[in-house]
Design a binder for this molecule. Structure first.
Ligand code: HEM
Length: 503
């Protein structure tokens, strides 16, 4: 029996196909500035939407189609919702407890999500309507005054909204100290998380070397950043506590949750959760709004159609308000097309699988880093016909929401229409599905700020369309190409545009 067990040929199950790479670095050197395109090409080359390879000593599995992300990241969320460990950032810099990085196996993960989901629920978002509308007025005034600095005005708008929601803090006019603190943290985090930069991320054993040892610069740097990040994240939290002590505070996410009698652990959870709000909202919302403005210069027909709809619904001279948004279906379709055409996060954030798994006869080894290629899904011609055409109308009379991502809008209703067109090949998905089901991530890591993001972005879009005309500068001969920056959040690379008040 023993011999038969070991000698009989076994049915081999392999990891998903993919490039081999070199012994030491794996495929690291083959990843260009646009890895999402490289992954999509590999998927085609190996004729498998699920591919795998090594980056240094890390097994990476990339999911390039809608079915594999649904099957693994959503349906098997209990296995696929962890984050890969960055030894430099999580351990040496002490950020392993942050909302984005905490392990899904840590009981705090569920607690953070519960607090944030409650703080940003449909009902809670209704409480922010006045704030959003006031800030939208300030935004329009700023763009009118200085249209060239539109991106700066977007950043200020997003920061003002989230600082008020998280801490009840009102931004000062320029160079706000809290924003400096938040941006400094984001910058350090970016450096500490740069893939391939820190040897300790790939060979964690080196963390035990003494700090005086050659090539252990990462230890001293990690220690410096840990202290800096710790004191930076304490700044807004301590400010709220001080305001509460003097009974001089505005109700906000932090004040609603802080209970002095509940102890240090409960307070720490509130501090990290509030910190996650700024980190989650800032760059993402800025990216979506910047893409919208740049794309309007490239697609004047879409701009004109949305302006026509707003003028018809709101009448002459009235600017759109939040209550109008559910009545503007073309605007809603335009929002979805911006998110699809220029995804805020081309590769979402990496997940980690916590145990060995088998998918479609492939072995997915425990601890693999799992990357969802959101860009490839949103540009898959099988589900989005002519994916490189910017066509908001594809969402007008098509594609109901996918159930598990059905958002609750407070008093906003989904502006989608009926008339789903099933694909003829009996696939389990209709054409032009709602891109929000992909743009906001997956499983137990999907974005808890989706509703707030949606109302904030739609409101600013509606105001911009009703007040301004966006175009390419006169005399531009060739249409700029839409290119993205690489990084966790993808931004459309800037090109020259003109923003003028409408007559
Ligand atoms: C257009 C705007 C936004 C987009 C496209 C976006 C997208 C995403 C994506 C792709 C993820 C990663 C999901 C994954 O790992 O599978 C994420 C996570 C997250 N987002 Fe957003 N987001 C946006 C706005 C916001 C806002 C406004 C907030 C908060 C106010 C927020 C808070 C978060 C948080 C806290 C996480 C971490 C969730 C976790 O790791 O458990 N996001 N978001």
């Amino acid at each position: 029996l023993f011999l038969r067990h070991y000698l009989q040929p076994k049915k081999q199950i392999h990891t998903p196909p993919g490039p081999k790479g070199t012994f030491f670095t794996g495929v690291k050197d083959q990843l260009s500035q646009t890895p999402w395109k490289v992954y999509a090409q590999w998927a085609e080359h190996y004729q498998s939407p699920v591919i795998s390879f090594w980056v240094y000593n890390r097994r990476t599995v990339v999911l390039n189609d809608h079915k594999s992300v649904r099957d693994l990241l959503d349906k098997r969320a209990s296995l696929y919702s962890d984050r890969p460990k960055s030894w430099m950032y999580h351990e040496l810099c002490g950020r392993g407890q942050s909302v984005f990085n905490i392990s899904s196996l840590d009981s705090r993960h569920g607690k953070y999500r519960k607090l944030i989901q409650h703080g940003l629920s449909g009902r809670s978002v209704c409480d922010y309507h006045d704030l959003l509308e006031n800030e939208a007025n300030i935004f329009v005034e700023s763009v009118t005054r200085d249209p060239k600095a539109f991106q700066h005005h977007i950043r200020r708008n997003v920061a003002a909204v989230i600082m008020k929601i998280a801490y009840g803090y009102s931004l000062t006019e320029n160079n706000d100290p809290f924003i400096r603190v938040a941006e400094e943290s984001a910058q350090i985090s970016g450096w500490a998380l740069t893939p391939g930069r820190w040897i300790v991320d790939y060979y964690p054993i080196v963390r035990f070397l003494p700090s005086w040892f050659p090539f252990t610069h990462f230890k001293r740097q990690g220690e410096r950043w840990r202290k800096q990040l710790e004191s930076l994240s304490d700044v807004p939290h301590n400010w709220v506590k001080k305001q509460m002590k003097h009974s001089n505070y505005e109700e906000c996410f932090t004040t609603r949750l802080l209970r002095p009698d509940e102890g240090a652990e409960a307070e720490d959870i509130v501090k990290w959760a509030a910190g996650g709000l700024y980190a989650g909202a800032s760059d993402t919302t800025v990216s979506a709004l910047t893409s919208f403005i740049l794309l309007m210069a490239l697609f004047p027909d879409a701009q004109a159609e949305a302006q026509r709809e707003i003028a018809e619904f709101c009448g002459a001279g009235r600017v759109p308000a939040i209550v109008d948004l559910p009545h503007l279906p073309y605007l809603s379709a335009l929002y979805k097309e911006v998110l699809r055409y220029a995804p805020v996060s081309n590769l979402a954030l990496p997940h980690r699988v916590v145990q060995d798994d088998v998918y479609q006869s492939y072995h997915i080894p425990k601890d693999s880093t799992i990357i969802a290629n959101t860009w490839a899904i949103l540009h898959d011609p099988a589900i989005y016909p002519e994916p490189f055409e910017f066509r908001p109308s594809r969402f007008i009379d098509n594609a109901p929401m996918l159930d598990q991502h059905q958002p609750h809008y407070g008093n906003l209703e989904d502006t989608n229409h009926s008339g789903c067109s099933k694909r003829s090949d009996n696939s389990d998905i209709e054409t032009d599905p709602d891109p929000r089901a992909y743009c906001f991530g997956y499983g137990r890591r999907s974005c808890p700020g989706m509703r707030l993001a949606e109302i904030s972005v739609l409101l600013i879009m509606s105001r911009v369309l009703s007040q301004f005309q966006i175009s390419l500068p006169v005399g531009v001969e060739s249409t700029p190409q839409v290119e993205f920056t690489s990084g966790i959040t993808s931004h459309v690379k800037q090109f020259d545009i003109t923003i003028k008040l409408r007559q």
